[in-house]
Design a binder for this molecule. Structure first.
Ligand code: NAD
Ligand code: DAU
Length: 332
């Protein structure tokens, strides 16, 4: 039985991963999570008690991290400050968690020779023009735009250096935009769904032309499992599901499935430095590890996600007012 240490397992993708990884395997999982505003223990309900342990703590706490990494066979590092808009208003926590936190984990993994998988983002590559025929690949140069993406890029480079200089047994994955259950209402899709539920018009930054490459969080989870089980040490894998859509299309889809007119949204102040387009070429992952996404119908995925937020109001309601108050202060 493999023992996984999953950091950030009470967050959006981490919790989806924990549910996925404990189904159909005999893994046991310890989650290490600080429970920041983005962590929610309610996302970890219903897991098998004999194979799941939760530890509240900070990935920058070196003695705690050293002990937990020493007890694990594999570390899967999801914990991060993850929201671009927050990073534009208060970058400091991004440096602490994304850079120092990663450093703390890889130092412990080096000491104990523990297998380490690093979760990262396509945002490290910067953005593409709308008509660029090329997509991001594992060899695209790094060119991050925001405090968030620059700290993620920095953390990736630390991992690469630890592989080369210290022989860290690590892999890295860079994934595109995730959607699905348990996503914080600060993020685009859940913000608009819960706005409509509350009778607030969805808020589109600028003209809504920016393109994101959407993937369901369950497909991200299955890709990470494939990399842990079959990935080559020292390699980077891009994870994506060919899901490019511009933001206006996504808002219109949400409005359609929530019984609203297609133009029932507001345009608000654009995000400074707003990346125009992300697009992932995930051929290596598909070719070398035999992975493929299962959630290929985005419209169906959005319908299911709307249903989840309608049926799980108790999960998101406590975060909603404070999140909208913060956006209002920023004119968004
Ligand atoms: P999230 O904000 O929903 O969750 C982050 C989790 O990390 C929370 O539970 C939080 O409590 C925890 N955390 C934060 N700081 C911590 C610390 N110092 N110590 C311990 N725990 C801490 O984030 P998410 O959207 O689930 O993203 C998870 C990972 O996936 C991140 O590394 C992010 O960069 C990456 N990623 C996200 C996306 C996306 O679309 N959301 C896409 C690609 C990659
Ligand atoms: O690409 C992967 C990244 O995707 C991850 O690394 C990040 O952790 C994750 O937050 C996400 O970053 P984005 O900035 O793309 O996601 P966000 O949900 O904040 O915004 C998606 C798009 O929608 C973006 O173009 C900004 C826009 N937007 C966002 C909000 C919150 C709006 O138009 N209106 C909004 O209210």
């Amino acid at each position: 039985m493999q023992k996984l240490l999953v950091t950030g397992g009470a967050g959006f993708i981490g919790s989806n991963f924990v549910h996925h990884a404990l189904t159909g395997t005999d893994y046991s999982i310890t989650v290490l999570d600080k429970l920041t505003y983005a962590g929610n223990l309610a996302s970890l309900k219903g897991l098998p008690e004999d194979r799941f342990t939760f530890v509240q703590g900070d990935i920058c706490d070196a003695p705690l991290v050293d002990r937990l990494v020493g007890e694990a066979d594999v570390v899967v590092h999801f914990a991060a400050e993850s929201h671009n808009d927050n990073s534009l208003h208060d970058p400091r926590p991004f440096l602490d968690t994304n850079i120092i936190g990663t450093y703390t984990l890889i130092e412990a993994a080096r000491k104990h020779d523990t297998r380490y998988h690093h979760i990262s983002t396509d945002e490290v590559y910067g953005d593409l023009e709308l008509d660029d025929p090329q997509r991001f690949t594992e060899s695209t140069p790094y060119n991050p735009s925001s405090p968030y993406s620059s700290t993620k890029a920095g953390s990736d480079l630390l991992v690469r250096a630890w592989v080369r200089s210290f022989g860290l047994r690590a892999t890295i994955s860079n994934c595109s935009n995730n959607y699905g259950p348990y996503q914080h209402v600060e993020k685009f899709i859940p913000r608009q769904i819960t706005n409509v539920i509350d009778g607030i018009r969805p808020k589109l930054y600028g003209a809504g032309e920016n393109v994101r490459d959407w993937i369901h969080a369950t497909d991200h989870s299955s890709a990470v499992l494939a990399i842990i089980e079959k990935g080559e040490i020292g390699q980077t894998y891009l994870i994506g599901a060919d899901g490019e859509k511009n933001n206006k299309e996504v808002v219109e889809l949400i409005l359609k499935h929530m019984g609203q007119p297609a133009d029932a949204y507001d345009q608000v102040i654009d995000r400074p430095g707003h990346d125009l387009r992300y697009a992932i070429d995930s051929s290596r992952l598909r070719r070398e590890l035999g992975w493929s996404p299962q959630f290929s119908d985005f419209e169906q995925g959005i319908e299911n996600t709307i249903r989840w937020y309608r049926e799980n109001e108790a999960w998101w309601r406590p975060q909603k007012d404070a999140t909208e108050a913060k956006y209002k202060e920023q004119g968004q």
